[in-house]
Design a protein around this ligand. Structure first.
Ligand SMILES: Cc1ncc(COP(=O)(O)O)c(C=O)c1O
Length: 466
């Protein structure tokens, strides 16, 4: 039997245009590849500088999403790139399986010094999903080591995004992302998020935290391993925690011996004006998961930062965390992360975010004048604008209208007018903004100058009621 097809396989030559090569060979993530045709180009970003990126035609865009919440220090930092290159020349790679090397040691020490409380032990990964996956496994093994082997279940929140590997996906509370891959690993369940804009009038805000306790009781406290939540939830549109929410969730976790994981893949490294989101909302988790801003994405890297208490059983006798990743703590990525953190410190990026949060918010609040803008919420440099069909009743768009509004109009127009941000409907339709942390009034004005007329036009098209 022949193993080769008689039909020649069509492959493009290297001198085809980038556009042709991308259409034929590149598989983009979470992307409707069928949507690209001769009329609809794949956007090819070739260069970045500060808050801006440039496409293959030389068009400039304000990177209002920091390239998926990543480039916190902005684009084009040759010094940070150089740190990676210098390290690659000295020691291109060595693993953290059984060995250590200077940069991962220095970075672990630095990250521990910035982390709250006794979060002193750092396990490196290569992405946010790997950080979440590692934290979930760590929680399970921790309970085994401490004599509670049945504690394996996980509690997360509805609509929250925690990544795409199977464990992280089980934590993710977005039905459309989960359903193509079910059955997912057992034991993950979800509680309401903190969408206070749409909280029923008779539902007390304090019940949002109590829902975690009810769920633990329902599942059986002896079976629950961990609670995972973002400080401020991204998916659904920047759901901020009500006053006292995190403190109550911490108490509940302590009471039931459940580990609290703060998923800070977005919220760490300055996004909320602090090193970590937990510092912004003043709670102490057992683990923090990070990625993105750790290196400002000049190299792929993530980390799980673990409390001494949780790490302790793994550090004695013949015990070990039965988990590893070849590239975790990669020397070049670690050197980049150290240089990235150096930029934060030398240029006081946290102070810059704190000083500019109010003017950023003020600009967005002015958009509340528009009939289509129902709510503006967020913190630091992380904001969502919720779009509504009727501002008085908060009526939202149905699926078809949302498709027309977001993918049929706003996403394309925002890009065409030079603003990269996210028009998202994993919950109700929102526009997400999360610019590089170096952005200031000039960029806020530019965002407003693009968003305002576009949202007026969107409101007219969708026959929004004021
Ligand atoms: C809160 C959170 N957790 C996990 C992830 C997964 O990270 P990654 O895409 O690096 O795997 C993301 C990605 O945006 C995230 O926002």
């Amino acid at each position: 039997m022949s193993t080769t097809s008689s039909e020649p396989v069509s492959k493009l030559s290297a001198d085809a245009t980038l556009q042709e090569q991308a259409r034929r060979h590149l598989w983009m993530h979470f992307t409707r590849m069928g949507g690209y045709s001769d009329q609809a180009e794949i956007p090819i970003i070739v260069r970045g500088e500060g808050c801006y990126v440039y496409d293959e035609h030389g068009n400039r865009y304000l990177d209002g999403l920091a390239s998926l919440f990543c480039t916190n220090i902005g684009h084009g930092r040759a010094d940070v790139a150089q740190a990676g290159a210098d390290q690659a020349k000295e020691l291109g790679f060595f693993t953290n399986w059984s060995y250590a090397h200077p940069r991962s040691i220095e970075l672990a020490t630095k990250v521990a010094s910035l982390a709250p409380g006794d979060l002193n032990r750092v396990f490196f990964t290569n992405s946010g999903s790997e950080s979440v996956e590692s934290a979930l496994k760590l929680a399970r093994q921790y309970h085994r080591l401490t004599g509670k082997p049945n504690k394996y279940k996980l509690i997360a929140r509805e609509i929250a995004y925690h990544g795409t590997t199977m464990g992280a996906l089980a934590a993710t509370g977005v039905t459309e992302l989960r359903s193509p891959f079910e059955p997912l690993p057992q034991g993950a369940c979800h509680v309401p998020n903190t969408n206070t804009y749409r909280l029923p009038a008779d539902y007390p805000v304090s019940e949002l935290a109590e829902a975690v306790a009810h769920r633990i009781e329902f599942e059986g406290p002896d079976t629950v391993s961990a609670v995972i939540m973002e400080p401020l939830q991204n998916a659904g549109g920047c759901f901020t925690p009500p006053e006292g929410y995190w403190q109550r969730v911490r108490e509940i976790c302590d009471y039931y011996d459940v580990l609290l994981i703060s998923d800070e893949v977005i919220c760490a490294f300055g996004r909320l004006g602090e090193w970590f989101g937990a510092q912004r909302y003043d709670y102490l988790p057992d683990m923090i998961t990070t990625a993105k801003g750790l290196t400002s994405a000049y190299a792929p890297m993530g980390a799980v930062i673990v409390s001494d208490r949780v790490a302790e059983p793994f550090m004695t006798g013949s015990n070990s965390f039965s988990h590893g990743l070849t590239f975790g703590g990669h020397p070049a990525a670690a050197a980049v992360a150290l240089a990235n953190i150096g930029v934060f410190e030398e240029e006081d990026l946290l102070g810059h975010v704190r000083r500019n949060e109010a003017p950023f918010k003020a600009m967005l609040d002015r958009l509340l004048e528009l009939p289509i803008v129902g709510d503006v919420r967020g913190a630091g440099y992380f904001w969502a604008i919720e779009l509504v069909k009727d501002k008085q009743t908060k009526e939202t768009f149905d699926d078809e209208q949302s498709e027309t509004l977001l993918r049929g109009f706003l996403s394309g127009e925002l890009f065409r007018r030079g603003l990269i941000c996210r028009a998202d409907d994993r919950g109700d339709p929102v526009i997400m903004l999360s610019p590089p942390l170096i952005a200031d009034q000039e960029q806020f004005d530019e965002i407003e100058s693009i968003l305002r007329p576009l949202l007026i036009e969107a409101g007219d098209r969708m026959k929004v009621r004021g």
